[in-house]
Design a binder for this molecule. Structure first.
Ligand code: TTP
Ligand code: CA
Ligand code: CA
Length: 362
């Protein structure tokens, strides 16, 4: 049975979440910014929507430069709110997890998945599932994403990037080599600037050149491990498994309220057992948190979040309860009645390990 692997990447992720929460932004340039606070405009662009990109705005660009490129145009410069994006990310990963065999999350907005069993080795069936996943993410989270399906991770990752935004690209096992051959080597997952410079110096520019290079030469150039990986990858034969990395970076709970309400006290009262449960999990794992989010889901399934990053990591129950009250009051004040409510603790830190680390180094 042919292995079938996918890669999902959300489109202009942070900026798209801002559009979802404020639909009037759609069609205008949206720029998510990391303000450094030195002057009003100092800092960089984290990401921007495609409308802004048409004006030459890019991730990592100074905010001041982006402002110059958008002079005279009504654009929104929004401070980055990572906790909020993580709530959306969690939900997307949950949807993905229930539709495939296994997922390997590789970033806040992307994951590999293996769908071999689920699709019975059939690329047509995998394509239908990919469409279903896109529909569910759009319906439940109102977000678009791009998906690539291929016989391995290298092909899937490149395929997901091919027709952005809102793309779907299927590369069958028989098409993999033809798909890869003409591409520049930098497209292969794991080929950074250093490796690509080394390859370029040796006239290896396209994936085709890589596949045709003498194995010995590649090994001398890149070392055995990387050479073997790239050699396989170039031939469309990457066999790296999709493996769930486990590990936890967040704890969260969302529950359905007894009745729709906009009263923070009522919501908090119903959330108390969940808060205690989350706190118990945190303490039993020796973790502290730095980011906390309140989550509200409306009658129409719309998702709303308020997050806060606290100065120092903590595992205090009192802090959880107090922050949730504050965030929920804000959230309900803005959105009105909700049907479901929840809390998420993020940016978790393993205090036990940090502690032992300092013991070793001091
Ligand atoms: P990407 O997936 O690289 O980009 P994107 O989702 O914004 O756009 P695309 O449609 O091309 O996929 O990054 C995911 C998120 O990571 C992005 O929304 C914001 C954040 N990010 C930064 O904060 N700084 C950066 O330099 C990049 C590249 C991303
Ligand atoms: Ca993305
Ligand atoms: Ca990404």
């Amino acid at each position: 049975m042919s292995r079938i692997v996918g890669h999902l990447d959300l489109d202009y992720f942070f900026a798209q979440v801002e559009e979802v929460e404020q639909p009037s932004l759609r069609g205008t340039p949206v720029l998510v910014c990391v303000f450094s606070g030195r002057t009003e405009d100092s800092g960089v662009i984290s990401t921007s929507n495609y409308v802004a990109r048409e004006h030459g705005v890019k991730s990592g660009m100074p905010i001041a430069l982006a402002k110059r490129r958008l002079e005279g145009i009504k654009a929104s410069f929004i401070p980055m709110d990572r906790g909020k994006y993580e709530v959306y990310s969690d939900r997307v990963m949950e949807i993905l997890r229930r539709e495939v065999d296994v997922i390997e999350q590789t970033g806040i907005d992307e994951a590999f998945f293996d769908i071999t069993k689920r699709a019975g080795g059939d690329f047509g069936a995998a394509a239908s599932t990919a469409l279903l996943i896109k529909e569910e993410i759009l319906r439940e989270d109102r977000l678009t994403c791009s998906i690539g399906i291929g016989p391995n991770k290298v092909v899937a990752k490149i395929a997901s990037d091919l027709k952005k935004p809102n793309g779907l690209t299927i590369v069958r096992d028989t098409e993999a080599m033809g798909f890869l051959s003409p591409l520049p080597v930098q497209k292969i997952y794991g080929v950074g600037p250093k490796t690509s410079k080394l390859l370029e110096d040796n006239k290896i520019l396209a994936v085709r050149d890589l596949a045709e290079a003498p194995a010995q030469e590649l090994e001398e150039l890149l070392g055995r491990k990387l050479a073997a990986y790239l050699y396989n990858a170039a031939k469309g034969a990457d066999d790296e498994p999709v493996s769930d990395r486990g590990g936890i970076s967040q704890v969260s709970r969302i529950l359905t309220l007894k009745q729709d309400t906009n009263d923070p006290q009522r919501v908090v009262a119903q959330l108390l057992p969940a808060l205690k449960d989350i706190h118990g999990r945190l303490v039993s794992k020796g973790l502290f948190f730095r980011n906390i989010s309140a989550i509200g889901i409306g009658k129409d399934l719309s998702l709303h979040t308020k997050s806060k990053t606290i100065e120092r990591p903590t595992d205090s129950y009192a802090v959880i309860e107090e922050e949730v009250k504050g965030l929920l009051t804000q959230l309900l004040g803005e959105v009105g009645e909700v049907r479901r409510a929840g809390v998420r603790l993020g940016d978790l830190q393993d205090m036990a390990n940090q502690h032992s680390l300092t013991e070793f180094t001091s």
